[in-house]
Design a protein around this ligand. Structure first.
Ligand code: PLP
Length: 344
């Protein structure tokens, strides 16, 4: 907060014709943390993905493909702008907004065989969340991202990772894909990066750096001094306060405690996630738990209809963990048994 108020008193915005020192510092820091080479700044996750989608098309055209396609995943979420919505694997979110931009090929999440078997004619890139958030906190098989990296290298596709939800410490790593030991060609960030101030970032590595030249993309407010100062403060705080290890420890503790208390109940299918990105999949739809939890002072969401999603702040402490676990378990224990469960 100090960084934001200090910067607000100095300079909020300036023309893109100037080099902005704080923006350069943030780009350098993000590149150092990710091993990537350059950053385009926008204002949201959807925008960060739009930039990635535009890069995929440029990459396709540079390979002589007239109608480049991007491989995307079932139950993916990439945002609400038109191309990001077309990449999203949720027909409810898309309904009413047709015609959506074309050029997306959808396969089951985490299924490397399904991707390998696609006809390679016009594919330019794969766009994937390393952990699906809106799709129900789904973690792919451990070998999925390394295998996809290899496939993208073999076929000259860009590997584009949407880390809008899973990035910036949420998974207990700076970026969730780092657990798989790979580096993408393109990565989108937003959400936690600004600590509440709108910012989006599209990072590029290697040859992908050359895709955008002067004038090929732009944003009036992207990378403004206020947002960049906030994001720098977020990264400094995560590092200084050891919040990656903290997110891993707290996340592990939450998952273990929930498992110990309700893991054996028939209404619980699976408890999963990484760091402080946690999902509890139930056997039945449970959207009503969002309001019931709010009445207890707990903010959670239900994604994919049956998955309680917990994204607590990275600074959550043991006392809050206890309260969260108790509240969530209480809600699950008190769910009315369904007919199927009664019959068993
Ligand atoms: N990508 C992912 C993985 C998301 O979870 C979201 C938002 O939930 C977005 C993109 C869109 O981000 P924004 O709402 O900042 O446009």
């Amino acid at each position: 907060m100090g960084a934001i108020t200090d910067q607000a008193g100095k300079l909020l915005h300036t023309s893109n014709l100037y080099e902005i020192d704080i923006q350069t510092r943030l780009a350098d820091r993000l590149c150092a943390l990710s091993g990537m080479d350059a950053v385009f700044f926008g204002n949201s996750g959807s925008e960060a993905n739009e930039a990635a989608i535009k890069m995929a098309r440029l990459h396709g055209h540079s390979r002589g493909i007239d109608t480049p396609a991007i491989v995307v995943m079932e139950s993916a979420f990439h945002g609400r702008t038109l191309a990001a919505l077309a990449a999203t694997g949720n027909t409810n979110a898309q309904r009413g907004f047709e015609p959506l931009p074309e050029g997306f090929i959808r396969v089951p999440y985490g299924d490397i065989e399904a991707i390998a078997q696609l006809p390679d004619r016009n594919i330019a890139a794969a766009l994937v969340e390393p952990i699906q958030g809106e799709g129900g906190v789904r973690v792919p098989p451990a070998d999925f991202l390394p295998a996809l990296r290899k496939l993208c290298d073999q076929r000259d596709w860009l590997l584009m990772l949407d880390e809008v939800q899973s990035g910036v410490g949420r998974s207990g790593h700076w970026f969730a894909h780092q657990a798989a030991g790979i580096t993408p060609d393109v990565m989108s960030l937003a959400k936690g990066l600004g600590g509440g101030v709108p910012i989006g970032a599209t990072l590029v590595a290697g040859a992908a750096r050359e895709l955008f030249g002067p004038g090929s993309h732009g944003s009036t407010f992207g990378g403004n001094p206020l947002a960049c100062r906030a994001a720098l403060a977020v990264l400094e705080t995560i590092e200084h306060d050891g919040l990656l290890a903290h997110a891993q420890a707290m996340g592990e503790s939450i998952r273990q405690q929930i498992d110990a208390r309700v893991g054996e109940l028939p209404q619980v299918v699976e408890i999963r996630g990484a760091g402080l990105m946690i999902g509890v999949e139930l056997a039945e739809p449970c959207a009503e738990l969002v309001d019931a939890a709010r009445e207890q002072g707990i903010l959670l969401n239900v994604t994919a209809g049956t998955v309680i999603r917990l994204l607590p702040p990275l600074i959550i402490g043991p006392a809050e963990v206890e309260r969260l676990v108790d509240g969530v378990c209480h809600l699950i224990e008190n769910m009315a048994p369904t007919q199927t469960q009664q019959a068993n």
